[in-house]
Design a protein around this ligand. Structure first.
Ligand code: ADP
Length: 203
């Protein structure tokens, strides 16, 4: 569907302002911190905490979050495997543009398919895609269930619910694993800050 190329006679335009010039101005190098994991594993909560920590440190970041994107850009998409693929493809393109604009992008999507996440990685320069597995067992997610989704899924009211009636493919070689059942939100966001600092995304 979305990957079909319809436009012809189009050329990519580079600007006069280079990545290096943006990096000097903004004291950071653009990256996408891609959080993936089950519903209620803690992606949104950790994303918000990381965003706050970055902001307090004078950095410029932006969170792309599941429900918000489905209100707008992707409101025409559902949860079938094809729609999930297209959902992640579009988000990946947006994340790649924001990363090119030198922002620290933080995304919080279940993004259950390995192939879809790998495709997003390919849109970015080496090192810019930081895959973070927010690793939490289903039982703990079910107990948290902040939106009551597991309860609904178990009652058969939500078809194709990841972890219950749809698959989750864990990353094979994520840059970072956050065991969120036994790590606080503050520690998790702190771990991500350390990674960004160590790998010179924060200058
Ligand atoms: P997701 O975005 O993965 O669906 P949310 O962040 O919306 O998950 O929900 C996770 C819930 O679990 C929140 O209510 C959060 O307060 C709670 N929670 C408890 N412990 C943690 C932790 N260590 N890390 C992240 N979230 C946690």
């Amino acid at each position: 569907m979305g990957t079909e190329v319809r436009a012809t006679n189009i050329t990519w335009h580079g600007g006069e302002v280079t990545s290096e010039m943006r990096q000097d101005r903004m004291r950071q190098r653009g990256a996408t911190v891609w959080l993936t994991g089950l519903s209620a594993s803690g992606k949104s909560t950790i994303a918000r905490d990381l965003e706050r920590k970055l902001h307090e440190g004078g950095r410029i970041s932006y969170v792309l979050d599941g429900d918000n994107i489905r209100h707008g850009l992707n409101k025409d998409l559902g949860f079938s495997p094809k729609d999930r693929e297209e959902n992640i493809r579009r988000i990946g393109e947006v994340a790649a543009l924001f990363t090119d604009a030198n922002l620290i992008v933080i995304t919080a999507f279940i993004s259950p398919y390995r192939q879809d996440r790998d495709n997003v990685r390919k849109l970015m320069k080496e090192g810019q895609f930081i895959e973070v597995h927010v690793d939490c067992d289903v039982d703990t997610c079910e107990k948290r269930d902040p939106k009551g989704l597991y309860q609904k899924a178990k009652a058969g009211q939500i078809p194709e619910f990841t972890g219950i009636s749809a698959p989750y493919e864990a990353p094979l070689k994520p840059e970072i694993v956050i065991p969120s059942a036994r790590m606080s939100v503050d520690e998790a966001a702190g771990l991500l800050m350390t990674y960004l600092r160590k790998n010179r995304f924060l200058l």
